[in-house]
Design a protein around this ligand. Sequence first.
Ligand code: NIG
Ligand code: FE
Length: 381
Amino acid sequence: MSSLLIDRIGLLVTHEEERPEREDAALLVVDGRVAWIGDAGSGPAADERLDADGRCVIPGFVDSHSHLVFGGDRSAEFAARMAGERYAAGGIRSTVAATRAASEEGLRARLAALVAEMHAQGTTTLEIKSGYGLDVETEARLLRLAREVTPETTFLGAHVVPAEYAEDRGAYLDLVAGDMLDACAPHARWVDVFCETGAFTVEESRRVLEAGMARGLEPRIHATQLGPSSEAVALAIEVGAASLDHATFLSDADVAALAASPTVVTLLPGVEFSTRQPYPSGRRLLDAGARVALASDCNPGSSFTSSLPFCIALAVRDMGLTPAEALRAATLGGAEALRRDDVGHLRVGARARLALLDAPSYVHLAYRPGVPLVDRVLSLA
Ligand code: NIG
Ligand code: FE
């Protein structure tokens, strides 16, 4: 048995039902789990003591949407967008070519560097998708590599139709729903699809999600990023998707339908930032009673940020969330989007995954954008 008492916490966010945050607090960790929460100076004896010296302690971020296994660089595409070009799904194909050409060692090293970047910025649980291989062997390789760093792996063979199948998308769908899923399902928990103009139709998406579900994978969906689609929203709800991600274009009826469903809506403000699309209103979703998560979507095309503090700042500044709501969405919301109840909060029993901020309050995450405020990260279990 090993124990650690974190004492003299200026502001502790636990997300407990009755009392989600408390001032002048202490927290005891035993064998990697939160074992006790109370007032500063009143904690039980422990093997080790960490003096937070008035710092704010928050649950580690749960980044429920990322694409971290890829090769190549698309900074020129970003620069062109900032000069007025529009974002289109087709850019994915250039990363596919670079990813197929990369060595396994090169992909693993890049992945490790991005995971370290995330961890240093407070992320302690993350999801990773495939989707830049788009052939049986490469998709399986990407998922194997992702599994080395997280159990939350997602098969996204239906990201776009790769160039070699441009004239026969039916054959590509047969492959995704057949041999590719057979090779990938053992390495994945989730099945996802990019249901969008330029990627896959609603009917094609249904087929892929159902094929994944038939192999025991749980569904999630990329939709309403590039334009509205009430059909895609209805599909997400119908198949029981854990999360609908992007939600850049939703009608009031879509918002009401999502709010009445268990499907989490995952906002990805890094995408709006780096594609110059309009930010959707997170306020409207919360006011309607929808469950909301906030994630990075870290990928080389539409959002190459690994920083949830940056996403929190955008969600507060441009999506109408309060700092407390944005923090909740980036922790508890992400956990809900991944159907995890052991992370994203610091209630007794939770995994001791947390971040100490070099600030008296988490409000500073939005108030001081771009400043590296994460002082120390613990991921003890
Ligand atoms: O989530 N939307 C689809 N996939 C990624 C972008 C991929 C890319 O442009 O490379 C996303 O934004
Ligand atoms: Fe994505």
